[in-house]
Design a protein around this ligand. Structure first.
Ligand code: SAM
Length: 275
């Protein structure tokens, strides 16, 4: 692999902060990311934002096929030259959030491995876990603080944590100092792994029914569940209080304290109420 800084200088390209262009140049970290993804020659991999191709090199050597999606056309000549030795890499020049993943991989299982642009981390997670065929496993470099929020446990849950933990099991693999990137970001990063479930961990009528209740619960952050759920579902606090008690939950608790199983119980009861 060529050093990203040297490559960008050779092609006279300045990194664009607005596109989250912090390039990873530590070979050990690149290996660690691919190792964490357990990428094998049977695997199709999607990579978001190949940049100068540092991670793509390692992925191409380990995977069956790599689809990498890059928005910055200034990198075209550089990236095509860098990846020319591989016949198992396809470059898609597009915005990942506007890319139809089903059209790309069809029904084939795939892994998502990426050093993502930080300005759209949450949108990327939503795109791949909620709106597209889901990957089997995700390995992403993201902001450390966001990785902590995603892996939070009851008492510190958020809509984001519930959204990820409903679809899979997230784990922080390692912390990364800014110096492993060029240019250096201002914050620490984390390699986050999400093992995606085949089925949601709770029995609910649909993902939509589950998230209707979760969104309602988190709609008014500092309020007790009785009030936030009532407001969000458009029912009286008394009614929502009864529903919460029926689920075996203290209505004075706040949304951030609930487990995924408790959200599941609430979603089932709210379903019955609206039938
Ligand atoms: N993969 C390279 C590495 O590991 O060094 C670069 C990672 S850099 C953090 C993020 C990359 O995502 C950049 O190449 C940037 O141009 C690209 N990018 C930014 N926004 C994007 C978008 N909406 N769709 C696809 N790629 C995007």
């Amino acid at each position: 692999m060529s050093n990203p800084k040297a490559l960008l200088e050779e092609y006279e390209i300045d990194p664009k902060r607005a596109l989250g262009q912090n390039f990873l140049h530590d070979p050990n970290m690149l290996e660690k990311i691919v190792e964490t993804g357990e990428v094998t020659k049977n695997d199709i991999v999607i990579e978001i934002g190949p940049g100068t191709g540092a991670l793509t090199h390692v992925l191409a050597q380990n995977a069956k096929h790599v689809y990498c999606i890059e928005i910055d056309m200034r990198l075209q000549t550089l990236l095509e030259n860098e990846l020319a030795p591989y016949d198992n890499v396809s470059i898609i020049w597009a915005d990942v959030l506007k890319t139809n993943i089903a059209e790309l991989v069809g029904e084939s299982p795939y892994l998502l491995v990426a050093n993502v642009p930080y300005y759209i981390t949450s949108a990327i997670i939503k795109h791949f876990l909620e709106d597209s065929p889901r990957p089997q496993r995700v390995v992403m470099t993201i902001q450390y603080e966001l990785a902590e929020r995603i892996t939070a446990t009851p008492n510190n849950m958020s809509l984001l944590a519930v959204s990820v933990q409903y679809f899979g099991s997230p784990e922080i693999i390692t912390r990364m100092k800014p110096a492993v990137f060029w240019p250096r970001p201002e914050i620490d990063s984390a390699v986050l792994k999400i093992d995606v479930f085949d089925q949601p961990p709770v029995e609910v009528s649909s993902d939509k029914a589950f998230f209707r209740v979760v969104r309602a619960g988190f709609s008014q952050k500092r309020k007790q569940l009785r009030n936030s759920l009532g407001g969000g579902l458009g029912i009286k606090a008394k009614e929502s209080g009864a529903l919460i008690e029926q689920a075996g939950i203290d209505p004075q608790r706040r949304a951030e304290t609930l487990t995924i199983a408790e959200w599941g119980a609430l979603a089932r009861l709210a379903d019955e109420l609206s039938e």
